[in-house]
Design a protein around this ligand. Structure first.
Ligand SMILES: [Zn+2]
Length: 442
């Protein structure tokens, strides 16, 4: 193409709990652009941002596209129109849309994107950033969507995964989805480890299918295009689907927990990790949740492990003096507790010896001696043998020096699954001959 411009497009917060979905809007935009003289330079990107922000839309995901076009102004108008049409504003969506014409993405975009992954960024900051950096931007509602829209353009992947999202026909929106459980199970067995988090074997539960009114039928996550396409051939449903699109994503990368939290400056809703020594014994509360605290230098932070994560028995197995690296999100202080780190992983680095003071054992009878009273020593009730001091007994530890992760059902979009630990995806290069977008014929 001659005189073609590279156009970056970012949008977010077009959905609401009652319907629609930002990825579906992306699918509609791509469908429209594909019918014109447009060159796609990469997969559409589905970027998940800080999952610990309470007012995020479901999953806090934004989308960006990078294309080459001779007629950017025409395309911008078409996209603006589609964003207006497909945003669920009456149900609380606050869409943001940005355009940036450039082949390269400046460093400050990447920095902004990183902050959105770890912190709470306010809307005003996003508006100031957009104006300062000559972004063309549009928003409705309160403009919350601008943060993700800018962040999605600026995201710098150190690792990535792909997700194939399939969409339903309009007539099926809001109706019950039927996907054969056995086919999902079988798909996972056949495509693992090139796909991930499709089926929870422990709970016998499908993980790839949403339950709400949105247009997504299922989403399969994995490492490369071929595995995803293979997976869709194994999945069985009676429903005729409209089409699918493959996104490049930071899902499953654990990128939101790479940030080192500063214990002296724990901002509410921040995500990240921190290493410290267990300073208060774990306590289990009603509901099966476990609380303990860790110390870093002279500062302490409470940690919470919620029962659905499946990590509460690990937390209960910790003792004072253990060294752990823990990751998660900071919850705002409440009446009962100060700021708490909600854990998304526990990496046990050092296990302290579990020594317990105990009454001495009678060598002769192999029985625990009884105390004779304060400072009176101990005596065997069978043979009357005496001893003066308590002894230290070492109790074996119930946990190991290893990384503990939540149950797959409790994973967040960004959580790095066990099979992806240490992995950097290099399998999925984009070119337009790949079957990354498809509308099914009837
Ligand atoms: Zn005895």
């Amino acid at each position: 193409m001659t005189d073609a411009q590279i156009l970056n497009i970012g949008f977010d917060d077009t959905d609401s709990p009652k319907g629609m979905c930002t990825t579906f809007l992306a699918y509609k935009i791509v469908d429209l652009l594909k019918k014109q003289d447009t060159q796609f330079l990469d997969f559409p990107k589905l970027i998940r941002f800080n999952p610990n922000i309470p007012w995020k839309t479901r999953g806090n995901g934004a989308v960006s596209l990078q294309i080459k076009t001779k007629n950017p102004s025409k395309i911008k108008n078409q996209i603006k129109h589609l964003v207006e049409k497909y945003s669920d504003i009456k149900n609380g969506a606050n869409p943001g849309l940005v355009f940036y014409e450039s082949e390269t993405i400046p460093k400050q975009f990447t920095a902004f994107s990183k902050l959105a992954l770890w912190q709470l960024i306010n809307r005003k900051q996003a508006k100031i950033f957009a104006a300062k950096n000559n972004l063309e931007f549009f928003y409705q509602g309160n403009g919350q969507g601008l943060i993700g829209a800018i962040g999605a353009i600026g995201y710098d992947f150190s690792d990535h995964t792909l997700e194939l999202l399939s969409y339903r026909k309009n007539s099926k929106f809001g109706t019950k989805r039927q996907l054969f459980k056995q086919s999902v199970k079988s798909m996972q067995e056949k495509t693992f480890p090139h796909t991930f988090n499709s089926f929870d074997n422990k709970k016998n539960k499908i993980l790839i299918m949403p339950h709400g009114p949105d247009p997504v039928f299922y989403g399969v996550r994995g490492e490369n295009v071929n595995s995803l396409l293979h997976a869709t051939k194994i999945l069985k449903t009676n429903e005729k689907l409209a089409g699918y699109m493959i996104f490049k994503s930071n899902q499953g990368t654990g990128d939101h927990l790479k940030n080192e939290l500063d214990i002296k400056n724990m901002k509410p809703y921040a995500s990240g990790k921190i290493t410290g020594i267990v300073s208060r014994e774990p306590k289990i509360v009603e509901g099966g949740h476990v609380f303990f605290s860790i110390r870093v230098n002279d500062n302490e932070i409470w940690c919470a492990v919620y029962k659905p994560t499946g990590m509460s028995s690990v937390a209960l197995g910790l003792i004072q003096g253990d060294k752990v690296c823990v990751g998660g999100g900071i919850r705002k202080s409440s009446k009962i507790y100060p700021r708490i780190l909600n854990l998304e992983f526990i990496d046990v680095i050092y296990l302290e010896k579990n020594l317990v003071n105990s009454n001495p054992t009678c060598q002769h009878c192999n029985k625990k001696m009884k105390s004779k009273g304060k400072n009176q020593g101990y005596q065997c009730i069978k043979c009357n043998k005496k001893s003066t001091n308590k002894i230290l007994l070492e109790t074996p530890r119930t946990i190991k020096k290893q990384l503990y992760l939540p149950n797959v059902s409790a994973h967040r979009h960004l959580s790095r699954p066990l099979q992806r630990i240490g992995k950097v995806n290099k399998e999925s290069k984009f070119d337009e001959s790949i079957s990354w977008f498809h509308i099914y014929g009837n």
